[in-house]
Design a protein around this ligand. Structure first.
Ligand SMILES: *Cc1c(COP(=O)(O)O)cnc(C)c1O
Length: 426
């Protein structure tokens, strides 16, 4: 058969786009060649419904080994007692937890989506908001830090079954111990979704939610630098407090409920090629070089935030503790929307996304913010020195969003800089 030229040309064009641009989308990264190779392997051919040693198909003895290694490496990485590596994505990991912990219509509490929360934490158009009853807490207007007083107040008043921590656009450390205290007080389960900072947590550069939360979910493709996917972990297994007792008066363990919620609850066959790639990525994350990488991610973000502040930009929460910066355009360019800023930056081959800022007066389609992140550019080898230069270019573009020739000259500079930074083979 002839090669599918149409699609492989598209893949090559996407490879070139990734190679020549400055990638600042905070949720993206570049996986290693080995992670990519595992994902593109014959393991995709295998049906393996069930779990290692307990499958509904024959011939699973080999993929069982890869899945078991993925589980063991993940547990080691985060000090967890139990893990499930099958969720196809972060949203599906969260969906499985919802299914294991709640019944339709039950109340749960999560961070306001326009203050940095995620779609799967209660958006009206997502399963979380369609099937369950979302309650929210905010960040404070003055510091833009999590409003723990509000979280506590809503939890005490409403008695949600589940309290969710975690965000997609929040640059600060979390007070896990305080959320756990609130959860224990009101009899809720505390789930933390570390999709964004998981890599920094694995490297020990931020506190580890596995020590505090009942259940932790994550993506594997953001700072953790693995294939696109999700995981669920528990520091310690426990009896489901909301369950029915069996005839011996026992409650089901949460690990068994979560396994059943992933499969057959929300998924069919696991993606064993992706699970093998997760194992490779977790193996990489256990190496000392991964800690060095994450230290550079954090340093680059801090330097970039300071360079932006020095140029007169406002940053939500005033800076960053992690890999992510939420630029509040209302500080320097009150008339400029995130939508227009994103378009101008993309035209200069600087890729970032528009984002709501806390207490934004514009819609999610326009927004007043731009979210920036350093995981991907740091994987390319960028050090602090490049951050100042990137901020100069961002500033030039944002001052000239309608000036095509200025944008073109920035783009040429971006392309020539990125030529010097190695990119993986595929
Ligand atoms: C990215 C993200 C997810 C969802 O991940 P997908 O793999 O895109 O489904 C879930 N929660 C948070 C907080 C995220 O940032």
């Amino acid at each position: 058969m002839e090669r599918d030229k149409v699609i492989f040309d598209i893949i090559e064009r996407e490879h070139q786009r990734q190679k020549k641009g400055i990638e600042l989308i905070a949720s993206e990264n570049f996986v290693s060649d080995e992670v990519m190779q595992a994902m593109g392997s014959c393991l995709t051919n295998k049906y393996a419904e069930g779990y290692p040693g307990h499958r509904y198909y024959g011939g699973c003895q080999v993929v069982d080994e890869a899945e078991t290694i993925a589980i063991e490496r993940l547990k080691q990485l985060f000090g967890a007692e139990w893990a499930n590596v099958q969720p196809h994505s972060g949203a599906q990991a969260n969906m499985a937890v919802f299914l294991a912990v709640m019944k339709p219509g039950d109340k749960f509490l999560g961070l306001n989506l326009s203050h940095g929360g995620h779609l799967s934490h209660g958006s009206a158009v997502n399963f979380s908001g369609l099937v369950y009853q979302p309650l929210e807490y905010n960040v404070t207007p003055d510091t833009n830090l999590i409003d723990y007083d509000m979280l506590e107040e809503v939890a005490r008043r409403e008695h949600p079954k589940l309290i969710i921590g975690g965000a997609s656009a929040y640059s600060r450390e979390w007070d896990y111990a305080r959320i756990r205290r609130v959860a224990d007080e009101v009899g809720a389960i505390f789930m933390f979704d570390m999709a964004h900072p998981a890599g920094l947590i694995a490297a020990g550069l931020l506190d580890n939610p596995v020590k505090y939360a009942h259940i932790v979910t994550s993506t594997t493709h953001k700072t953790l630098r693995g294939p696109r996917g999700g995981v669920i972990m528990m520091g310690k297994d426990f009896e489901n407090p909301f369950g029915k007792k069996n005839n011996k008066g026992e409650l089901r363990m949460m690990s068994s409920l979560l396994d059943s919620a992933v499969f057959p609850g929300v998924q069919g066959g696991p993606l064993e090629h992706v699970i093998a790639a997760k194992a490779v990525a977790f193996g990489e994350a256990l190496q000392p070089s991964f800690k060095e990488y994450q230290m550079q991610v954090k340093k680059n973000a801090a330097v970039m935030a300071q360079a932006l502040i020095d140029k007169g930009y406002k940053i939500a929460s005033g800076g960053t503790d992690n890999h992510c910066i939420l630029l509040d355009l209302r500080g320097k360019f009150p008339e400029l929307t995130g939508k227009v800023a994103e378009r101008a930056l993309v035209a200069a081959d600087i890729t970032a996304n528009k984002n709501m800022v806390p207490f934004d007066t514009r819609s999610p389609f326009l927004t007043s913010g731009i979210r920036l992140g350093t995981p991907a550019i740091t994987t390319r080898g960028a050090k602090e020195e490049l951050m100042g230069e990137i901020v100069e270019m961002i500033d030039t573009v944002l001052q000239n969003v309608d000036n095509e020739s200025v944008i073109k000259s920035v783009r040429e500079k971006v392309n020539s800089i990125m030529n010097e930074y190695p990119m993986f083979a595929y």
